[in-house]
Design a protein around this ligand. Structure first.
Ligand code: ZN
Length: 413
């Protein structure tokens, strides 16, 4: 067990402050972090931590030359396990072709279900690992990851097993979620009821196989509010955390209902109403806002300002998926949140650290006792990561005290 000192930090985001906005970022200037083994033992002003001679050897020193350092980012909403691609659908949609026509031409979620069903286990695992690596290069050290392109119970359990296998041994830690995505088309009412019952019945098995949460997609064309409530209750009984894709295209009341059922997070929320906002604030449910989907589909931007002002914990996710948000970049979501959704830079940082971490059951902070997930940024201050978009700014990423990713060296600053 060695030690690590990250020093000469120009600006340190600990995400361990108090209150809201910038004070909650717990900024420290001219700072250092001391790590022993996997854990932070000190994060604060330079010179305030234990001396190198008092640390377990060998002691590695990373002098970051005045750069910004933060906790590893957490992506609380991803769909990273799929095969196939939907680039033509992207192109058609941008030219004004309607979704029904895209589906008629073989696009949409069902295209991904077909390709994923046909793909080998090895290809699916390799695809997800490549996506996890791209997340890491964007400063992400932990993510939530959903199944959902199997639709039927046995197919969803297959994807859950592959998701757990793909995550094994990878630096980015993964919190698996079983997603009830959409019912297959053409079911009779009786077949649909059977499907919902069968999905509910596999939830204890999903928990045994590594699922930490259940997510249900409630919308027109997906599950109804009554089906969603039935599935969420079954998930709660199985000991899973609850999530709900809610109020994306149509207002269904799912966000309010999920909050009342104790959901950890609700997702999307473009169409949330005032009662839903109040319910989220009261229940402490995290609002996972997904600007990548709003950007791709040209939906109204989620109203982050209204949620934050009402006291709701707002997190940001990429919604990484092959159709409606093909991006592993959480920093890009921070830029969109600041420029389009009324969030301050400090709020965007809190959304990808402590609030996202709350949604996936981790800490998201840098303080004594925390796992040493640390990102060194090619930036001098936290606002720069929000403003400077479209290029990777993560310079080095440590997970549990180990250097797991480093950008190719550029010219000296
Ligand atoms: Zn999603």
């Amino acid at each position: 067990m060695g030690s690590l000192i990250v020093t000469d930090i120009g600006e340190l985001v600990t995400a361990d402050g108090s209150g809201v906005g910038e004070p909650a970022l717990g900024l420290v200037h001219d700072a250092e972090i001391v790590v022993v083994g996997h854990e932070v033992v000190y994060a604060g002003p330079r010179g305030g931590g234990p001396r190198p001679a008092d640390l377990p050897p060998p002691v590695a020193i990373d002098s970051v030359d005045g750069r910004l350092v933060s906790p590893g980012l957490c992506d609380p909403h991803t769909h990273p396990l799929w095969a196939g691609e939907r680039t033509r659908e992207f192109d058609l949609r941008n030219q004004g072709v309607r979704y029904a026509e895209i589906q008629r031409q073989g696009g949409g979620i069902l295209a991904t279900v077909r390709a994923t069903t046909a793909a080998s286990d090895e290809a699916l695992i390799a695809g997800m690992r490549a996506r996890l690596h791209r997340m890491l290069a964007q400063g992400v050290t932990r993510c939530e990851a959903k199944t959902g392109y199997g639709l039927l119970p046995a197919a969803e359990l297959r994807l859950l097993d592959l998701l757990v296998q793909a995550a094994a041994g990878q630096p980015v830690s993964v919190s698996p979620t079983l997603l009830c995505h959409v019912p297959p088309p053409g079911l009779s009412p009786a077949e649909r009821a059977d499907l919902v019952a069968a999905l509910a019945a596999i939830l204890p098995e999903a928990k045994r196989r590594g699922a930490e949460a259940l997510d249900v997609y409630c919308d027109e064309g997906a599950f109804t509010l009554a089906e969603t409530e039935f599935l969420l209750r079954a998930g709660r009984a199985a000991g899973l955390r609850l999530r709900c894709h809610a109020e994306q295209f149509t207002h269904t009341g799912a966000a309010e209902r999920a909050a009342c059922l104790g959901a950890t997070s609700v997702e999307h929320l473009e169409q949330i109403d005032p009662a839903g906002v109040v319910a989220l604030a009261r229940a402490g449910t995290v609002a996972n806002l997904l600007p990548g989907a709003a950007l791709t589909l040209r939906l109204p931007w989620p109203d982050a300002r209204r949620l934050i002002d009402a006291g709701v914990r707002v997190a940001l996710g990429t919604d990484l998926n092959p159709g409606t948000s093909l991006s592993e970049s959480l920093p890009l979501m921070m830029t969109l949140a600041c420029t389009q959704m009324g969030m301050s830079c400090a709020e965007a940082w809190l959304a990808v650290t402590i609030h996202a971490a709350h949604a996936v059951g981790s800490s998201g902070r840098l303080r004594a006792g925390a796992r040493a997930d640390i990102v060194v940024w090619d930036a001098e201050g936290y606002r720069e990561v929000c403003q400077h978009f479209g290029v990777p700014l993560a310079q080095r990423v440590y997970i549990a005290g180990q250097l797991v990713w480093e950008a190719a060296p550029g010219p000296a600053r």
